[in-house]
Design a protein around this ligand. Structure first.
Ligand SMILES: *[C@@H]1O[C@H](CO)[C@@H](O)[C@H](O)[C@H]1NC(C)=O
Ligand SMILES: *[C@@H]1O[C@H](CO)[C@@H](O)[C@H](O)[C@H]1NC(C)=O
Length: 380
């Protein structure tokens, strides 16, 4: 009798508590979470994972989360605001019902094995600020409708199988500061870019064409450009390095044939440039030394010839291997702090092996003679 009373009392108490706290996750959010869980292959949901703890006999947003809904989501009141799954190796697809989680600000499903297209409905979420789907197996294109995500600040879908070209309407993502679509199968030219971008990473895709001014117009915040391992071509234009906030540029492993370096007129914050593994011919551009902050320069494995500009001796890192360079001033070795880097695999006559720069061997004489039409009297 007293036990029954006691239980009844507990039941009433818990009902009252729930009413006082007032949290019962809205039903459309619960339906979305159920759909998201059931689109994941159950064999990839072991007992230690977040998704395993999603047991819908209890309410997702109601605390305390002692046994159920231990992780993978956050709520504000009765709405889900963050979906941040653990990197458990979940496979399966992403349910289109994710678009019912109308208060979502953050989605992070990185380091799993989710595949198929990113559902179009996801691009209707009105409050999304962070979308991280990196290191999964998503395929398909990035549709122009992505620009509906007006509040998006971070977009990272790197290391997936995205294909097709990028929409020029990306400029409409005015809040976007970080864009990382590296390691996909994207093709076409560099699209017009959002004006407030700080970091741009499109490494290891199949982007082609010239570097045109239009995509970069008005990008005054841009600090990092990572476009290595694509099929970009032509001459890298001088204005590119004058982008006002630019600090790091990586254009290595493309098909560039030339580079124009203009002297900066205003403040310039460029610190590191990597143009290695292209087809840049001519003399190494001495104007690089007019960039006041530039400390690291890589021009390895191009087709540069002639002398290494004396002006380069002020850099702290210098990589010029794999060209046809012929002269290096002894002044490079009279610095107090030695330069780190390498000038191996060139046609340098005097490169003292006591210097770290010269540890790698130079090219055989016959190759250098061929390049310089036998005119070079080299004593290697
Ligand atoms: C570079 O250009 C050459 C000749 O135009 C072409 O054959 C080659 O496939 C290109 N390489 C890359 C990585 O785009
Ligand atoms: C170096 O910069 C100046 C000033 O911007 C420019 O006129 C000149 O053509 C540049 N030199 C080379 C070799 O590109």
């Amino acid at each position: 009798m007293s036990t029954t009373f006691y239980l009844l009392f507990l039941l009433l108490l818990s009902i009252t508590a729930a009413t006082v706290v007032g949290i019962t996750t809205v039903s459309s959010d619960i339906a979305a979470l159920k759909a998201i869980k059931s689109a994941v292959n159950p064999a990839t949901i072991p007992s230690y994972t977040c998704l395993y703890s999603w047991d819908f006999t209890s309410d997702p947003c109601s605390p305390p989360h002692v046994t159920h809904f231990l992780c993978g989501l956050s709520c504000s009141g009765n709405r889900v605001t963050q979906l941040t799954l653990d990197p458990a190796g979940y496979s399966g697809t992403l349910s289109p019902l994710i678009s019912q989680l109308l208060q979502l600000t953050t989605i992070d499903l990185s380091d799993n094995k989710l595949s198929g297209p990113i559902p179009n409905s996801l691009f209707t979420l009105p409050n999304l600020q962070t979308l991280i789907l990196g290191s999964n197996s998503f395929s398909g294109v990035i549709p122009p409708s992505i620009t509906n995500l007006k509040k998006l600040q971070t977009l990272d879908i790197s290391h997936n199988y995205l294909s097709g070209s990028l929409p020029n309407s990306l400029t409409l993502l005015t809040e976007l500061t970080r864009l990382d679509l590296s390691f996909n199968k994207l093709t076409g030219p560099i699209p017009n870019l959002p004006k407030n971008l700080i970091q741009l990473a499109l490494k290891s895709n199949s982007l082609s064409g010239y570097i045109q001014q239009q995509p970069f117009t008005g990008l005054t915040q841009l600090e990092v450009i990572e476009l290595s391992q694509n099929s970009l071509t032509g001459t890298i234009p001088g204005w590119f390095f004058l982008t006002p906030s630019l600090q790091q540029v990586n254009l290595a492993n493309n098909n560039f044939t030339g580079v124009e370096i203009l002297k900066p007129v205003n403040d310039n914050s460029l610190v590191a440039v990597d143009l290695g593994y292209n087809k840049i011919s001519g003399y190494p551009p001495a104007n690089f030394s007019t960039y006041p902050m530039l400390a690291s320069l890589t021009l390895s494995y191009n087709k540069l010839r002639g002398r290494i500009p004396l002006e380069y001796k002020r850099f702290s890192r210098l990589f010029l291997d794999g060209n046809y360079l012929t002269e290096l001033s002894p002044e490079f070795f009279s610095r107090k702090v030695s330069i780190s880097g390498s000038v191996g695999d060139n046609c340098l006559r005097k490169c003292p092996v006591t210097s770290e720069l010269c540890l790698k061997k130079q090219k055989p004489l016959w190759i250098c003679r061929q390049v310089y039409h036998g005119k070079l009297k080299l004593k290697l």
